[in-house]
Design a protein around this ligand. Sequence first.
Ligand code: DGT
Ligand code: CA
Ligand code: CA
Length: 574
Amino acid sequence: MPIHNADIAARFEEIADRLEIQGANPFRIRAYRNAARTLGDLPQEARALLENGEDLTRLPGIGADLATKVREIVDTGHCSLLERLRRELPPAVTELLRVPGLGPKRVKALYHDLDVQTVEQLYRAARDGRIRALPGFGEKTELNILQAVEAHASKTHRFKLAVAAQYADALTAFLEAVPGVKRVTVAGSFRRMRETVGDLDILVTAAANSPVMPRFTAYDEVADVLSAGRTRASVVLNSGLQVDLRVVAQASYGAALHYFTGSKAHNIAIRRIAQKIGLKVNEYGVFRGSERIAGDDEASVYATVGLPYIPPELRENRGEIEAARGGRLPDLVELADLRGDLHAHTKATDGHDSLRDMALAAKAMGLEYLAITEHSRHLTVARGLDPLRLARQCDEIDRLNPELDGITLLKGIEVDILEDGSLDLPDAVLGRLDLVVGAVHSQFHLSRAKQTARILRAMDHPHFTLLAHPSGRLIDRREPYDVDMLCIIRHAKERGCFLELNAHPERLDLLDAQCQMAKEEGVLVSVNSDAHSTFDFSNLKYGVGQARRGWLEKDDVLNTRPLAALQRLLKRTM
Ligand code: DGT
Ligand code: CA
Ligand code: CA
C-alpha cells in the first residue's frame, strides 16, 4: 500500500496525542507534532525522497530517530511505537482529544475513572450526569462537554486542498494507466481550488470495454466501497477521504465536467438562465426538447446560454455570471505570471536551507527575485534575528547576489508587530532593507478595535511594506483574529503598502473575499510562498488558486512586476 505524507503525519499526530494522554515529556510530544507538520506540508512524497536516496534529516524537525520511523512507515505501513502505544490505551481514546475543552489530563481521568473510550460513551456519561462527580470536573464542565459533543458531531471532516492533492494525484495516475482510459479529471471543489475539499469527484472517459470500474474499486488504498455500478462508484480511502467516480461518454464530457465541477449554486443559476430560453442543462448535455445541442466541452455549455467560458475558481455564484454577461470577467492571474516571491526563510532562523539553495530553488520555479524575510528577535521560538545577525545576513546577500545568475535576492525581514503596533526592530535597521514584511505572531485575542489599531499603527511606520498573512487564521486550527479588514485595506492604500496572500496550504491567507476587497480598493496583493525549505516554492500554485478565487488579475498582484518596477513600488512615498 503506497504511503502518503498525510498518512505519516497522521500517525505522528496520533503518537503525540497518546504520549500526551500518558503524560510523557512535552519536548518529545512537540517533536512528533513538528514532524507531523513538516510531513503534512511537504510537497514531495517522503516515499519518493527515500527512493531517490535523499536524507530525510535534511527536513525541518526530522532527526535521525524520526527519519528512521518515517522509513519504517513507508516500508512496512506500520509504526511499532504507535502499535505499542495503541496497546497501552484503547484505539479510540485519542478521538476524545478532538472534543473542544478536553485535554490529555481530562481524557486520562475519563478513561481511568469512568471507562470512557469513545465520543459516544462520553456523550452518554455526560447525559447521565456521571461526569460531574469526577474530581476537577463539576456540573458546568459536564454541560460544556455535552454541548461540545453535540457541536462536534455536526461538523464533517474536510481535507486541506494540498493534502487532498496527494491522494488525487496518485489516484489520477493510477486511473490513467488503466487500459482504455482516455481522460481523467478531478472536478468538484478540488477543481475550483477551494481551501478544503469534502470529497473528490473524478470524471473518466474510457473505451466501452475498459476495466476502469473494477480497477477503481480494487485500488489498494480503498478501505470501503460505498457503491459500485456500471458508470458510477463511491469509495472511502484509508485516509477517510471519499472519492466519487463517474465514467461518462466522450460526447457529454463537457456537460458532465461542468455539472460535477459545480458549485451547486453556480449550476443552479446556469440552469435557470437556460430554462428562461427554453433549454435544459444537465450532466449529459444541453437540450432543446429532445435535441442535444451542446455538451462536448464546457465552453459549448456556456455558449448556449449566451455566456463566455467561466474559469472554475469563479464558479461560486458570487457575481461571476453577471460579470460574464456584462463582459467584465477578470482575466485571472496564473502561476506563470509570478516574477518573484517576497517571503522566505533560511536556516538563519527556522528555515532549513542556505541563502544560495533558496535562491536556486526560486530560480528553478521561474522566479527572478526572492526576498529573504527572516523572523525578528521577538519570535524566540524561531530564533528570530537581532540587528547584528540581520546586518550579517544583509552583508551575505550583498556578497552572494553578484554570484547569482538570473535571480536576485532582496533584503527583508518578517518583523513582529508588537501589541502596541510598534515594530520589533529599530527604524535605522529596517531602513537598510529592500522591504519590511510585518506580521502578527502574538496576542491573537485582542478586541477588534485594539487588534485593528495595532495593525494600522504598524502600517504608519515609514518602512512598513507588506502585511503578512493578514487574517491570521490557520485552516482547522485557528480562527482569524478579529479585525476590520476593510479598514486595514484602506489604510494600506493610504500608506502605500501591500497585503500578502500567504500560499502555505494551512494558511491561504488573504481569504478569497478579502482579495476581492483589496482589488476593489486598489491595494496590490503579493502571493508569497513563506518558504521554509527549497521544496516550499511549489506551494505557490495554491496561493495562485486562492488569488484566482479572489478574482485577482495579473496587475492586481504585486509580485508579477519585473524587478525594477517592483523596486519602485516598494519605495514608500507616504
Ligand atoms: P465538497 O465536496 O463539499 O468540497 O464540494 P463539491 O462542490 O465538490 O460538492 P459535491 O462533491 O457534493 O458535488 C460535486 C459537484 O456536483 C458540485 O460541485 C455540483 C454538483 N452537484 C452535486 N449535487 C448537486 C445538485 O443537487 N444540483 C446540482 N445542480 N449540482 C449538484
Ligand atoms: Ca466534492
Ligand atoms: Ca462528491
